[in-house]
Design a protein around this ligand. Structure first.
Ligand code: NIG
Ligand code: FE
Length: 405
């Protein structure tokens, strides 16, 4: 059925940004249409332009007048860890007193603490907790959400968590699009002597079990000193490639580990974090299809300097921003707020800011038919009650998103 919205104060189409593959953007690449209209059906966008130019074939169809609103491509959070039990508020308080993330992990806190809480929580309860989180994220206007496993860390629990994410996907589809990422390689349980033992005994065999079920959209791994080595990443990515599953990586976060280079070598969808990426890593990403996903909320939460966004952008990398919503390093689920707050620090222009949470974030999930409001693209939008595009990020922290009609 054809639907028509008219008289939108502004439509952020990102047409020019899309033509430029989300790279080397000028502010004008936002391609904003004022007093805009859009015609679309269930599958795709049919027409977009000024309301006064609406083609006659659409004039007999009842339209919805959205004066006072702004339409943007749907917000995408391409990096979350939504499925976990418990919280780590005390660790946050301890960090404010000067204890580092790494020290907390060494004394039994960190990811492994959440793993304990998650393992003693039933699948049903984890599903219910995650539903509440997904619904809240959706209420912020974020309609495509990547969800990682990774707080089970044994064969059975990681299997259950991948199934929980698939249940979320089925429950909310097509209104909310969930992307299921397999992150069993998130940390090494104490019962294994090395990361490679855990990889061989749990991560790879479970991946082989999950692959034929066709519920996993990508694999991910925490490539970091004291977590998983470059050899571990190579093994996991080689197996994923063989099975035809996409690759993502937590890269160069606490140290420069050459993670960006490995990501590009395996044509990963994205390399995420990148606080410590090297100059050669920046160049490698800039010349690859791999999206550089920045997670500034995590740097804020950990009190670390932000990733070298300007350098990545100037070299021509495709940059996205994710929330990294998780119980430890960033307990914030609002990717729009994270992007709005960090834009000035990262020195992003308006097109770079919006692309980072729409077009480029969709590309970080391999979704190339959404992220711009152009004929032929999927009709995935976010509607805001706002005067203009600028008012949305200017009011950071205020939820202006409103249900699509
Ligand atoms: O992306 N780096 C690894 N994973 C998460 C942290 C998870 C946690 O602390 O529980 C991240 O920051
Ligand atoms: Fe993460």
């Amino acid at each position: 059925m054809t639907k028509i919205y008219t008289h939108l104060n502004e439509i952020l189409t990102l047409k020019d940004a899309c033509t430029k593959d989300g790279r080397r953007l000028k502010a004008s690449d936002c391609s904003i249409v004022k007093d805009g209209a859009v015609a679309f059906d269930d599958e795709k966008i049919l027409w977009v332009g000024e309301t006064s130019s609406l083609p006659s074939e659409y004039k007999n169809i009842k339209s919805i007048n959205l004066k006072g609103h702004v339409l943007t491509p749907e917000l995408v959070d391409s990096h979350t860890h939504v499925v976990f039990a418990g919280d780590r508020a005390q660790e946050y308080a301890d960090r404010l007193s000067g204890t580092s993330y790494e020290e907390i992990a060494k004394r039994g806190g960190g990811i492994l603490y959440t793993v304990g809480q998650t393992q003693s929580t039933s699948s049903e309860e984890l599903f219910n907790i995650a539903c509440k989180r997904i619904e809240r994220i959706y209420s912020l206007g974020i309609g495509t959400i990547e969800v990682k496993s990774g707080y089970g860390l044994d064969f059975d629990k990681e299997f259950q968590i991948s199934l929980v994410i698939d249940r979320l996907k089925q429950k909310y589809s097509p209104k909310i699009r969930i992307f299921n990422t397999y992150l069993a390689a998130h940390d090494v349980p104490k019962s294994f002597s090395s990361s490679s033992d855990y990889l061989k005994q749990v991560v790879l065999p479970l991946l082989k079990k999950l692959a034929p079920l066709e519920i996993i959209d990508a694999v991910d791994i925490f490539h970091e000193k004291n977590y998983f080595s470059a050899e571990d990443v190579e093994q996991l990515f080689t197996e994923a490639q063989t099975l035809g599953i996409a690759r993502k990586i937590h890269a160069d976060e606490l140290n420069n580990n050459g993670g960006a280079e490995i990501a590009a070598k395996f044509s990963a969808l994205s390399a995420d974090h990148l606080l410590k990426i090297s100059d050669s890593g920046i160049l490698t990403l800039a010349h690859s299809s791999t999206v550089a996903t920045l997670l500034p909320g995590t740097a804020f939460f950990l009190g670390k300097p932000l990733a070298p966004a300007r350098n990545l952008l100037d070299q021509g990398a495709k940059v996205a921003i994710g929330s990294d919503f998780n119980p430890g390093s960033c307990h914030c689920d609002n990717v729009l707020m994270v992007a709005s707050i960090s834009a000035a620090q990262l020195k992003l222009n308006q097109a770079e800011l919006w692309c980072a949470i729409t077009l480029n974030a969709a590309h970080a999930l391999g979704l190339i038919s959404q992220g711009a409001i152009m004929p032929g693209m999927q009709p995935r939008f976010t509607l805001f009650k706002a005067e203009s595009v600028s008012h949305i990020t200017y009011n950071w922290g205020k939820n202006l998103a409103t249900e699509l009609l």
